[in-house]
Ligand binder design. Structure first.
Ligand SMILES: Cc1cc2nc3c(=O)[nH]c(=O)nc-3n(C[C@H](O)[C@H](O)[C@H](O)COP(=O)(O)OP(=O)(O)OC[C@H]3O[C@@H](n4cnc5c(N)ncnc54)[C@H](O)[C@@H]3O)c2cc1C
Length: 208
């Protein structure tokens, strides 16, 4: 289906040496001297991060931030995402971007049921037609009122590691709705590459 969007998650920026920053802060809390010229070995970094997680000394995870560019999610998903208040968000605007033949997300349950898929696609075609007609008659900020939850959106989101840990705890969980869970897991895979001592599967149970 040409107008179906595919999830894309990219980590576009993050604090340099994120784990070293966390570990250095953690070391300062237990170190008589200063940390300005301190050299931490990789095993110290791992140990200090484990200690911070074990003790619930979670403020040390607030020093490091991660910025994601995300595409191919529905407005239903982004609505859940933006409830996480400690993220910073910039979402593609439906006031300024005209949704010509708007792309959309199709749930797997719909794709697997041919009758449901027909109903779904027919609804999308009808809405696309209505939106096009309306946008010739009224401003697009008003035409967008007919667009569905399935409409694809793009969003840039930044959070510190503490908020990310909380987000992953809630949204990688099996009780989370499938689309935000899929997105959260893709974000988790990205941060795992750059901060593997913090974002590991075994640490997920320690996140709060
Ligand atoms: C499975 C699931 C089902 C859900 N179902 C619904 C639903 O049916 N309806 C609905 O409306 N929402 C629902 N939600 C959304 C949920 O209620 C939260 O709004 C969302 O998960 C954001 O979580 P949060 O508020 O903990 O986190 P964030 O906004 O990410 O904040 C992180 C943490 O900061 C602290 N914090 C942030 N702001 C404040 C504040 N003002 N005061 C005190 N502490 C604060 C809290 O400790 C909070 O946990 C659901 C969420 C999940 C995971």
């Amino acid at each position: 289906m040409e107008r179906e969007s595919v999830l894309k998650v990219a980590l576009i920026s993050y604090t340099p040496e994120p784990e070293l920053v966390v570990a250095t802060a953690m070391r300062q809390s237990r170190y008589k001297g200063g940390v300005i010229n301190l050299t931490l070995k990789s095993e110290d970094v791992k140990h200090l991060i484990e200690l911070a997680l074990k003790l619930g000394h979670l403020s040390v995870f607030e020093y490091i931030s991660f910025t994601f560019a995300i595409e191919g999610i529905s407005r239903a998903c982004s609505h859940q995402f933006v409830r996480h208040r400690l993220f910073a968000f910039t979402q593609q605007s439906q006031r300024y971007v005209k949704e010509r033949n708007f792309p959309f997300i199709i749930p797997e349950t719909v794709k697997k049921n041919s009758e449901a898929e027909k109903v779904f696609i027919k609804a999308m075609e009808y809405i696309a037609g209505a939106y096009d007609k309306l946008s010739a008659l009224v401003p697009i900020e008003d035409a967008r009122f007919v667009l569905p939850n399935a409409t694809e959106t793009k969003i840039v989101a930044t959070a510190n590691a503490r908020e990310l840990m909380h987000f992953f705890k809630l949204r990688c969980d099996e009780h989370a709705q499938w689309e935000i869970r899929r997105m959260a897991k893709a974000m988790f895979e990205e941060v795992k590459k750059v901060a593997p001592n913090i974002f590991s599967e075994s640490n997920l149970k320690l996140f709060v």
